[in-house]
Write a protein that binds this ligand. Structure first.
Ligand code: ZN
Length: 288
């Protein structure tokens, strides 16, 4: 577990999922009141007591647990966190709430799609509905002297939302995955191309300066322009490919960002979900 301060009172926590560094980040925002933005997976929920201690944060100061969507690597630890942080409420998209309250169906679907990776993420604990706050698009939550603004951003998943706090955007998976100046879409089934583009355009209009990606760290706002362009580039390419394997080979040839992520992650146990599964969702979404 590694903590770095990425802005004043905003800490990136590398949850080191499956023992791999830099794959899933959670963010802690300390404004007197505290928010955990993105929880990581249930299997890494054990990092939080340590993180709070290291940052000198009392768990009862945690007011909000903000999850962008209920996929296991984003909202999976929310159930453990509400047990650790007795006063915290979970902010979730209206279409995600039922999966936090009763994670059985989500868990079965995740095992079917992710196979053994689901076990690495772990099964989320259920959350009482009294601990859940269902968001509305553009709703705001007061955190000390700051505000967390919610922006609904479907596309990657129908139950996806993003957050803005002090000019930092937390886009979950709705703006692709980012590292070292490179960005590519993350689009497993059931990806919706049109909604994803609409959501990115919505985020481009926000007054933000930096982006705190769950995968894999801090980037600049310009990356939103880049990911929108990239979605259209990939669409053209997908329409000329016969198979997921064909699209993968083509991307390795023509897309240096894709090549960068492939070289970094091809040996990772998570490679399947960032490449094969994402391309399958992408091709299905554009009608291939
Ligand atoms: Zn996701």
């Amino acid at each position: 577990m590694r903590i770095s301060e990425v802005a004043d009172g905003v800490y990136a926590v590398d949850t080191e999922i499956g023992g791999e560094k830099g794959i899933v980040f959670s963010y802690i925002v300390d404004r007197g009141d505290v928010a955990v933005v993105e929880t990581g997976a249930e299997k890494t929920s054990g990092v939080f007591p340590e993180v709070f201690e290291e940052l000198g944060i009392k768990p009862e100061k945690v007011k909000f647990i903000a999850v962008t969507h209920v996929h296991l690597d984003h909202g999976g630890a929310a159930g453990s966190l509400v047990r650790i942080c007795e006063k915290a409420k979970v902010i979730v998209h209206p279409r995600g709430a039922e999966h936090l309250i009763n994670p059985e169906r989500l868990w079965r679907a995740s095992k079917r799609v992710l196979n053994e990776i689901a076990e690495i993420y772990g099964k989320p604990l259920p959350i009482e509905d009294s601990r859940i706050v269902v968001s509305e698009d553009n709703s705001e939550f007061t955190l000390g002297n700051s505000k967390i603004k919610v922006v609904h951003t479907p596309g990657h998943a129908p139950h996806h939302q993003s957050f803005v706090l002090d000019k930092i955007l937390f886009p979950g998976d709705s703006a692709g995955v980012y590292k070292d100046g490179h960005v590519i879409p993350t689009t497993p089934p059931v990806f919706n191309f049109e909604k994803a583009v609409e959501s990115i355009r919505k985020m481009r209009r926000l007054n933000v300066e930096r982006i705190a990606y769950t995968h894999f760290g801090i980037g600049e706002k310009e990356m939103l322009d880049r990911i929108e362009e990239k979605l259209f580039e990939w669409k053209d390419l997908a329409l000329s490919c016969e198979s997921v394997e064909g699209m993968h080979e083509k991307l390795l040839e023509v897309d240096e960002d894709y090549r960068f992520f492939w070289e970094w992650l091809k040996k990772s146990k998570f490679a399947e979900s960032y490449f094969h599964l994402a391309l399958r969702g992408f091709m299905e979404a554009v009608g291939r």
